[in-house]
Structures are given as structure tokens and as C-alpha cells.
Design a protein around this ligand. Structure first.
Ligand code: HEC
Ligand code: HEC
Length: 219
């Protein structure tokens, strides 16, 4: 909470105020989207260097299918399908769980994630996180940067690499970013995370385009 107050800068006051109201209403965890119940098991494997070769082999039994849409090793070639490569492993695991439980809505992904065993989910998250992403854009223009610093940097970090609790946005696919930001702004319900709706409230479509151009180009 203290960190939030410190990172509030003038252009983002409205966002910060709504985040602070949320924080005081339902404690600081309203600002954090909780991890997957499998997160602890995954972290033990991540800490065990000897496990990595086995994980790659096991993951590839599943990811050959995912790569059809998400691209070879997770750098997507479809602009509306997200890159998974280089994404934070806890975030990937959490999204797989959310689809499987119907807490994040997209018909195809919901059905597919239900078919993955707990081991598959952990292996796939580690595998993609360890791949290097190929950035989708090539224009780190200033309007997007200024908006990003004012509204988003306190959670997604200056690099756009996010953190354990926040997704990487750097290099992400253009139409996927646009769709995601617009859905949060318009509260369309496929994904519900109040701090994201508060952060994107009031952005017009041109501002979203500026953000998307900037973020997709970060390395
Ligand atoms: C037919 C195409 C297709 C296939 C095959 C597919 N996905 Fe997806 N995936 C998508 C789309 C489209 C989205 C974005 C859904 C949305 O609108 O929120 C997505 C989203 C995701 C996300 C969320 C990423 C983020 O940044 O939030 C994860 C994780 C994911 N897929 C994992 C997988 C895994 C693992 C497999 C293989 C077992 C797989 N997908 C196979 C199309 C596909
Ligand atoms: C309070 C912290 C916070 C702020 C401020 C914030 N975000 Fe987020 N954002 C998150 C978290 C956490 C998630 C993941 C939510 C979940 O678990 O589904 C997220 C998800 C996203 C996603 C979906 C990523 C993906 O791979 O599907 C995008 C895009 C995004 N944020 C962009 C932005 C932009 C642009 C801004 C500024 C206008 C912003 N965020 C401000 C915390 C934040």
C-alpha cells in the first residue's frame, strides 16, 4: 500500500485514488490476483536445476499442439494470439487454471486447459517461461511511453517485464494487447480484475493504440 502511494504521480492521481479506495475496502490483496494452487510445486521444480531437461521433454508432448496458435516455442505469429515465451511462469500457470475453472472466458482455451493434468500445466508454464520472446512491434514511440509511465508502470515495471504477480507486456502481440486492454476498460467480463479496469478507465481508443504500439516493441 505504501509503495502505491509513493508511486502515485500527478497524471495518474485518478487511477491511484481508485486503487487506494480498493486497497482500503478489501485489504491489499484486492491489488494482487492470487496465484495458482500449483504455484508452490512449480517453484520447487524451478529451484531444482536437475529437473529442467526432463521438463522440456515432458512439456513438448503437449506444446507441439499449442505451438499451432502460440507459435514455435511460444512466440506467436498471429497478432491476436498472445506470446507465451518469456512470460512469468506463475502468471502462465494461473491463467491455465483460470481457463480450466471458467474464471477466464474463451471457449476454446477453457475446453483445452481442462484436458491438461497438473503435471502438464506445471511443465508447460516452465517451458514457455524459459523461452526467449521475439517482440511483435518495432516502435517505442513517446505518447505510449508517457501513458505507460503514468498509469501502468507501478505494477508492470519500467521494462514491461512485470513480476511474479503481474504479467509481462513487453513484446506482446498487438491485437491481443488491444483486445485485452479494451476488455478491461469496458468491463466485458471475460476477465475480471478490478485494478486493471480502474487503470484503463477513461482511456480513449487512440490512447490504447499508443500504449499497444509502445508495449509490443519493448524487448
Ligand atoms: C486454436 C488456437 C490455440 C491453441 C491451439 C492454444 N491456444 Fe492458448 N490462447 C489462444 C487464444 C486466442 C488466447 C487468448 C484468449 C483470450 O482472448 O483471452 C490464448 C491464451 C492463452 C494463455 C493466456 C496468455 C496470457 O497472456 O494471458 C495461455 C497461458 C495459453 N493460451 C496456453 C495455451 C497452451 C498451454 C496451449 C496448448 C496446450 C494452448 N494455449 C493452445 C489460442 C490457442
Ligand atoms: C495494480 C496493478 C496494475 C496496474 C496499475 C496495471 N496492471 Fe495490467 N495487470 C495487472 C495484473 C495483476 C494482471 C493479471 C490479472 C490476472 O491475473 O488475470 C494484469 C493484466 C494486464 C494485461 C493482460 C496481459 C496478458 O498477457 O493477458 C494487460 C494487456 C495489461 N494488464 C495492461 C496494462 C496497462 C496498459 C496498464 C496501464 C494502463 C495496466 N495494465 C495497469 C496489474 C496491473
Amino acid at each position: 500500500m505504501k509503495r502505491f502511494v509513493r508511486t502515485c504521480v500527478a497524471p495518474a492521481i485518478a487511477v491511484c485514488l481508485s486503487l487506494m479506495v480498493l486497497a482500503s475496502a478489501s485489504a491489499a490483496d484486492a491489488l494482487i490476483s492470487p496465484p495458482s494452487p500449483l504455484d508452490g510445486r512449480m517453484k520447487k521444480l524451478l529451484a531444482d536445476g536437475n529437473a529442467s531437461a526432463g521438463i522440456v521433454t515432458a512439456a513438448k508432448k503437449v506444446t507441439f499442439f499449442c505451438d499451432v496458435c502460440h507459435g514455435a516455442n511460444g512466440s506467436s505469429v498471429k497478432t491476436d494470439v498472445p506470446n507465451l515465451a518469456g512470460q512469468n511462469p506463475s502468471y502462465l500457470l494461473k491463467q491455465i487454471d483460470k481457463f480450466a475453472r471458467g474464471q477466464r472466458q474463451e471457449k476454446f482455451m477453457e475446453g483445452l486447459m481442462k484436458l491438461l493434468t497438473e503435471e502438464d500445466r506445471i511443465n508447460v508454464a516452465i517451458f514457455y517461461a524459459n523461452n526467449v520472446v521475439k517482440p511483435a512491434g518495432s516502435d517505442t514511440s513517446l505518447p505510449g511511453k508517457a501513458l505507460y509511465i503514468a498509469r501502468c508502470v507501478m505494477c508492470h515495471q519500467a521494462t514491461g517485464h512485470g513480476s511474479e504477480t503481474t504479467p509481462r507486456l513487453a513484446g506482446q502481440q498487438i491485437e491481443y494487447l488491444r483486445k485485452s486492454i479494451t476488455r478491461y476498460r469496458d468491463r466485458t467480463g471475460e476477465r475480471i480484475f478490478e485494478p486493471m479496469s480502474a487503470s484503463t478507465a477513461g482511456l480513449n481508443n487512440a490512447e490504447i493504440t499508443a500504449l499497444v504500439t509502445y508495449l509490443s516493441s519493448l524487448k
